[in-house]
Design a protein around this ligand. Structure first.
Ligand SMILES: Cc1cc2nc3c(=O)[nH]c(=O)nc-3n(C[C@H](O)[C@H](O)[C@H](O)COP(=O)(O)OP(=O)(O)OC[C@H]3O[C@@H](n4cnc5c(N)ncnc54)[C@H](O)[C@@H]3O)c2cc1C
Ligand SMILES: NC(=O)c1ccc[n+]([C@@H]2O[C@H](COP(=O)([O-])OP(=O)(O)OC[C@H]3O[C@@H](n4cnc5c(N)ncnc54)[C@H](OP(=O)(O)O)[C@@H]3O)[C@@H](O)[C@H]2O)c1
Ligand code: SF4
Ligand code: SF4
Length: 494
């Protein structure tokens, strides 16, 4: 039975390079890689060698015969990507004849090129220690002449891999083991508790290194532009995530969980994360590394329903299919009111992922309403006001496609409408996108590259993508940096 990629996929493409028969797609060089919600094994080509299993940092790939029951759906999700029918996905024990392999062009494996020109030793500073930083360091450290110093403002490294990923996604957290391995390389130093801009200036860091690579992420949330958003009882998902993950910036104040209903505005994967944690059985979180204060507060919570409010229709839901499958088939209690979906016509959708999301939402809507507390997914609700005098008491929505309005009562509103980068003193910043201006990772000012200054990760491309997306992103930046080193374009440290 062929191997199957499951919901824990974070898209770093390590499996692509490990697979000897090139049956995992899209590869980073194929169209669609940047927008794919996960990678997929072609079951008609997989020879069951298992090489991808050990390459995967988050344990997302399993042999088909060892799939847990709640991952069954992924057999079809993987095969569906290749247009294979259910029959062709293979019953247990079925084998796929090797001659049927559709040999697509082999994914080019980027071999690290040794730098020949430039300075003898190349000192690179990376600001931030999140996924984009660690993938960049990994790539740089393949060069024996490169020494990397990582500056991290917190006392604990690895950014959102540690302080963002939900505590009930322990397999995703395993990527931290990979980052720990990278951090053990003899040519890397990690300076914790060092905020560049506060504890040391960017100019001082630049003066000590041939190159500086900014990988500080997009640390703040986008503001919801509606009246009432500043009322007590309105928090951002960023704050809630930071609180349950014990991020030192977000330990207090505690969110108000003495309310029947929480409304989450936005329906991306972060919205699903917070909804799952707020409705989870606290005993099930006991063994995770959730903050102990948050666990105590969750035990005392009176929340009975978490409404996740998307502004567009179900086929445009921002959450990904793998996360919806995890929600539907895992321990979470999730529900969609059938009347909710009746509002949306369901034409044959040209995008199979959107079609699969809509089909699964219909399946969920046919289930019995779960026990409280549960997650209610709603669609077509654009928030127009947070109502309340002294504190938030409800959200007024306009229903998409009509002039109708609806107010839903609540004692806690969580805005989860995406993250945003903040201006980095000393670097050109695009206020519209919240990113540092760059060309292929070289920071540019007025169109000209600033010698020796680079950028990667969320502050480079904006706050989207999975942990592994940062690997290809950082690969591009490091390629630019190494080309500049070889061409002798890096400034000499003072
Ligand atoms: C809540 C949440 C959950 C997520 N869950 C998943 C998931 O389950 N699976 C998945 O694949 N992806 C997930 N993602 C996406 C993933 O976390 C991001 O793609 C990734 O973390 C972005 O990496 P980054 O290095 O650009 O930024 P970050 O991870 O934010 O790292 C930036 C680092 O820079 C440090 N820093 C910032 N400014 C300075 C400074 N001035 N000096 C020194 N250090 C500084 C910060 O402290 C931080 O450590 C999640 C994202 C969020 C927001
Ligand atoms: N498990 C995982 O793999 C995982 C977990 C967490 C995060 N991540 C990734 O991290 C990235 C960030 O996730 P995210 O959930 O913060 O962002 P996101 O996926 O961009 O979702 C943002 C949501 O906010 C909505 N929105 C934006 N502006 C709004 C407004 N003014 N009013 C109402 N709604 C508004 C968007 O609606 P529209 O779609 O209509 O614009 C969308 O539903 C994503 O790429 C995500 O996949 C991955
Ligand atoms: S088991 Fe082997 S052939 Fe199958 S996807 Fe993994 S690496 Fe490729
Ligand atoms: S996390 Fe990486 S290695 Fe694992 S399945 Fe996804 S792309 Fe492949």
């Amino acid at each position: 039975m062929p191997h199957v990629i499951t919901q824990a996929c974070c898209g770093d493409a390590s499996c692509v390079y490990a697979c000897p028969v090139n049956c995992i797609h899209p590869t980073p060089d194929e169209p669609g890689f940047g927008t794919a919600e996960m990678l997929y094994v072609d079951p008609s080509s997989c020879v069951d060698c298992g090489a991808c299993v050990s390459a995967c940092p988050v344990g997302a790939i399993l042999p088909g015969h060892r799939l847990p029951e709640n991952a069954d759906r992924f057999v079809d999700v993987n095969a569906g990507h290749y247009g294979l029918s259910e029959d062709e996905t293979g019953a247990p024990g079925a084998r796929f004849p090797v001659e049927q392999h559709r040999r697509l062009p082999l994914a080019p494996i980027r071999k690290p090129k040794a730098i020949r020109g430039g300075p003898g030793r190349v000192d690179v500073a990376i600001i931030g220690s999140g996924p984009s930083s660690m993938y960049a360091a990994d790539e740089l450290l393949k060069q024996p002449r490169v020494h990397v110093t990582v500056y991290e403002r917190l006392s604990t490294p690895f950014g959102l891999a540690r302080f963002g990923v939900a505590p009930d996604h322990q397999s995703t957290r395993r990527v931290i083991d990979l980052f720990d391995d990278i951090a053990r390389h003899p040519n890397i130093d990690i300076m914790l508790n060092t905020d560049v801009g506060e504890d040391i200036s960017l100019d001082a860091v630049r003066a000590r290194h041939h190159a500086v690579l900014w990988a500080g992420g997009a640390p703040t949330d986008r503001a919801l532009p509606v009246p009432g958003v500043d009322l007590p009882g309105v928090r951002s998902a960023t704050q809630l995530v930071g609180w349950y993950n014990a991020h030192p910036d977000f330990l207090a104040p505690e969110p108000n969980l003495s309310t029947d209903r929480v409304i989450v505005i936005g329906n991306g994967n972060v919205a699903l994360d917070v909804a799952r944690i707020l409705t989870a059985e606290p005993d099930g979180l006991e063994a995770t590394d959730i903050s102990r204060d948050a666990l105590t507060a969750l035990r005392a919570s009176t929340v009975r329903e978490v409404v996740v409010a998307g502004r567009r229709g179900p086929e445009h839901a921002a959450f990904t299919l793998p996360e919806l499958i995890g929600l539907a088939d895992g321990t979470a209690r999730v529900w969609v009111d059938p009347a909710e979906l009746d509002r949306w016509p369901t034409p044959d959708h040209p995008d199979p992922t959107a079609a699969a999301k809509v089909a699964l939402l219909h399946e969920i809507s046919q289930r019995r309403r779960p026990e409280e507390p549960f997650i209610r997914l709603t669609f077509g609700r654009t928030p127009i006001e947070i109502v309340g005098d002294d504190r938030a008491r409800g959200v007024r929505f306009r229903l998409t496609g009509s002039d109708a309005e609806e107010t839903i009562d609540t004692g806690l509103v969580l805005t989860s409408i995406g993250y945003r980068g903040v201006r980095v003193p000393g670097l050109p910043f695009d206020e519209t996108t919240g990113t540092v201006a760059h060309r292929a990772g070289r920071v540019v000012d007025g169109g000209d590259p600033i010698p020796g200054v680079y950028v990667t990760g969320w502050i480079k491309r904006g706050p989207s993508g999975f942990i592994g997306t940062n690997k290809t992103d950082s690969g591009e930046t490091v390629a630019s940096l190494l080309a500049d080193a070889e061409a002798g374009l890096l400034p000499i440290p003072r």
